[in-house]
Design a protein around this ligand. Structure first.
Ligand SMILES: Cc1cc2nc3c(=O)[nH]c(=O)nc-3n(C[C@H](O)[C@H](O)[C@H](O)COP(=O)(O)OP(=O)(O)OC[C@H]3O[C@@H](n4cnc5c(N)ncnc54)[C@H](O)[C@@H]3O)c2cc1C
Length: 454
C-alpha cells in the first residue's frame, strides 16, 4: 500500500436516504442554462443542481474538493439514473483530457480522466496500440465508463474496467492518492468500479495491446431456436458478437459479428449463419433507422476503434430520445434467461426500441456485475416513456431473479436495495472501503444511499 493511501484509510462514515429516481423527467435540453435545467445525455434525468464547476488543473480541483462538503463528479452524463447527481454541486472533469504518458515498453497509457474513448482511441492507433474492447459508442468518458463497469461484447473480453491498471484519485480531504493493480491489489479491485463513491478520479492508466484490424459482418433473421441450441457457438463466432432482437416472430433480427483480421490473413463471411442471411448493406440495430451513424459493416477492414463500437464518433448515436436498462446473468444460464424474457414479450415489446444480447468475461472487480462470473448482458433500449417502463422492469427482474440478476449501475432498474446488496458478495467490503475513503459522505448522493445503504 502506498504512503498516501495509508494516511487515507481508516475513518468512519455517514449516510443519507432518498429515491435514486427522483430526477426522472420527460425530455429536456441537454445542458443547463439559466432557463434550461441541466440534464443527462438522454434528457430523461434532471440533475438536482445547476451549480457546476470545471477545474482546468489539479491544484484547482484539489481546492474545490477541500472547499465543498458535498458534491458529485460528472463525466459525460451518459447514465440514465441519478448515479451522478448531487443536490449540492457538480464537478465536471471535461477540461482535463490530456494523454499524460504512453509507456511503450509496459504497454500502458495514462490519461486525464475527462478524456473520452473517442478522443483516446485514434491517438492510440496512431501510436500502434489498441484497447481490448469498446462500448457501443465512443463518446463516453473513460473514467465515467469504468466507474460503472461499462462493457462491450465477447466471451473472452472483460468489461472496459478490466483494462484499468492504476487510478489517481483526489480524496475527500483533497490529497492525491494512487491505487495500482501491481501494488495495492487488496483494495484496487474495490476501487476500479467505484460508482463515484471514493473520490475524484483524476488519472486512469489502461492496459494496451498492439493495434489490430477488424471487419464487421451483419446477418439478419436468426431463428431463436438456433440461439437456444447453439448459443455458445454463436456468441463465440467472432471477437465480439451482438445479437439484436425485438422479441417478435421468434427471431434475432440482427447479429453483428466483429472479427479481428490477423496479419496477412483473409477472412470471408459465410453465406449461411445458423439459418440467418448476410445483410447486403450497412444496417442500424433498429432496422428502420438510417445506418449513416453506424460503424462500417459488410466486411470492410478497418482499425479496431472504428469497428468495435456500433456508432461512429463524428455522429450523435441517435436522437437520444430513449431510456436504457440492462441485466446481467451468469452465462451458464444464458438460454434460460433469454427464454424467460421472451415469455414477457407482450409486455416488453410495446415499449421497446431494441434489445441487445452481449457476453462478457468474468472479472475480479468487487462491484462489477461480472464479478466472478462469465456473463450474458440483456440490454433494453426503451421508448422514452418512464411511466410505462417502470411497470415492465419489475416483471423482467422477477423473471431473472432465479439467475441472481445484477443490473447495470448506469441504467434504469427497480431491484430493491437489499436484494442488490445480497447479489454482490463484496458489497459489505466495498462499503467499508468507501467509509475509509470518504468518512463524511462527501461523495454520497441519493443514488448511493438508496441502493447501497437502503
Ligand atoms: C447511447 C448510450 C450507449 C451506451 N452504451 C453502453 C454500452 O455499450 N455498454 C455499457 O456497459 N454501457 C453503455 N452505456 C452506459 C454508459 O456507458 C455508462 O452509464 C457510463 O457510466 C457513462 O459514463 P459517463 O462519464 O457519461 O457517466 P456519468 O453519468 O457522467 O457518471 C457516472 C458515474 O461515474 C462517476 N464519475 C464519472 N467521472 C468520474 C471521475 N473522474 N471521478 C469520480 N467519479 C466519476 C459519476 O459521479 C457517476 O457516479 C451507454 C449509455 C448511452 C447513453
Amino acid at each position: 500500500m502506498n504512503q498516501s493511501r495509508r494516511q487515507f484509510i481508516g475513518q468512519g462514515a455517514t449516510m443519507v436516504g432518498a429515491s435514486a429516481m427522483s430526477g426522472m423527467i420527460g425530455r429536456m435540453a441537454p445542458s443547463g442554462t439559466q432557463d434550461q435545467p441541466l440534464v443527462n445525455w438522454a434528457g430523461n434525468y434532471r440533475y438536482s443542481t445547476q451549480r457546476i464547476t470545471s477545474p482546468t488543473s489539479l491544484p484547482q480541483l484539489q481546492e474545490f474538493v477541500r472547499k465543498h462538503e458535498r458534491f458529485k463528479v460528472l463525466g459525460t452524463r451518459h447514465c440514465f439514473n441519478g448515479i451522478a447527481d448531487s443536490a449540492d454541486h457538480l464537478l465536471s472533469i471535461r477540461e482535463l483530457k490530456q494523454v499524460v504518458e504512453l509507456d511503450r515498453a509496459s504497454r500502458k497509457v495514462t490519461i486525464e480522466s475527462g478524456m473520452s474513448y473517442g478522443q483516446l482511441s485514434p491517438y492510440l492507433d496512431q501510436q500502434g496500440f489498441a484497447l481490448h474492447n469498446l462500448a457501443s459508442l465512443p463518446h463516453i468518458a473513460v473514467a465515467g465508463a469504468c466507474a460503472t463497469a461499462t462493457h462491450g461484447s465477447g466471451p473472452k473480453n472483460g468489461n472496459l474496467s478490466t483494462a484499468v491498471s492504476a487510478l489517481e484519485v483526489v480524496s475527500a480531504n483533497g490529497d492525491v492518492l494512487t491505487f495500482a493493480r501491481h501494488r495495492d491489489l487488496d483494495v484496487f479491485q474495490g476501487a476500479v468500479v467505484h460508482l463515484g463513491a471514493i473520490g475524484v478520479v483524476t488519472k486512469v492508466t489502461l492496459d494496451l495491446q498492439p493495434a489490430f484490424t477488424m471487419r464487421q459482418d451483419v446477418y439478419l433473421d436468426l431463428p431463436m431456436t438456433q440461439v437456444r441450441e447453439h448459443f455458445d457457438e454463436i456468441v463465440s463466432v467472432g471477437y465480439s458478437v451482438s445479437l439484436f432482437t425485438d422479441w417478435q416472430k421468434g427471431r434475432i433480427n440482427e447479429i453483428w459479428v466483429k472479427r479481428r483480421i490477423e496479419k496477412d490473413a483473409t477472412l470471408t463471411a459465410s453465406k449461411d449463419f445458423y439459418g440467418a442471411r448476410p445483410a447486403t448493406t450497412n444496417v442500424h440495430p433498429i432496422m428502420e433507422l438510417s445506418a449513416e451513424n453506424c460503424t462500417e459493416q459488410m466486411g470492410v477492414p478497418g482499425p479496431w476503434y472504428e469497428r468495435l463500437p456500433h456508432f461512429r464518433m463524428g455522429f450523435t448515436p441517435s436522437s437520444g430520445k430513449e431510456l436504457q436498462s440492462e441485466y446481467f446473468v451468469p452465462r451458464k444460464n444464458a438460454v434460460d434467461a433469454i427464454i424467460a424474457v421472451e415469455r414477457l414479450r407482450d409486455h416488453v415489446s410495446p415499449h421497446l426500441m431494441i434489445t441487445e444480447l452481449r457476453t462478457i468475461a468474468a472479472d475480479e472487480l468487487w462491484m462489477s456485475p461480472c464479478y466472478k462470473r462469465p456473463t450474458l448482458a440483456i440490454h433494453f433500449t426503451w421508448k422514452q416513456d418512464w411511466e410505462s417502463v417502470r411497470k415492465v422492469l419489475p416483471m423482467i427482474e422477477r423473471e431473472l431473479t432465479p439467475f441472481e440478476v445484477r443490473p447495470h449501475w448506469g441504467k434504469l432498474f427497480t431491484i430493491p436495495s437489499a436484494q442488490l446488496q445480497q447479489r454482490y458478495e463484496k458489497c459489505a467490503e466495498f462499503k467499508r472501503f468507501v467509509a475509509q475513503c470518504d468518512p463524511h459522505g462527501k461523495f454520497r448522493n441519493e443514488f448511493l444511499s438508496a441502493n447501497l445503504y437502503g
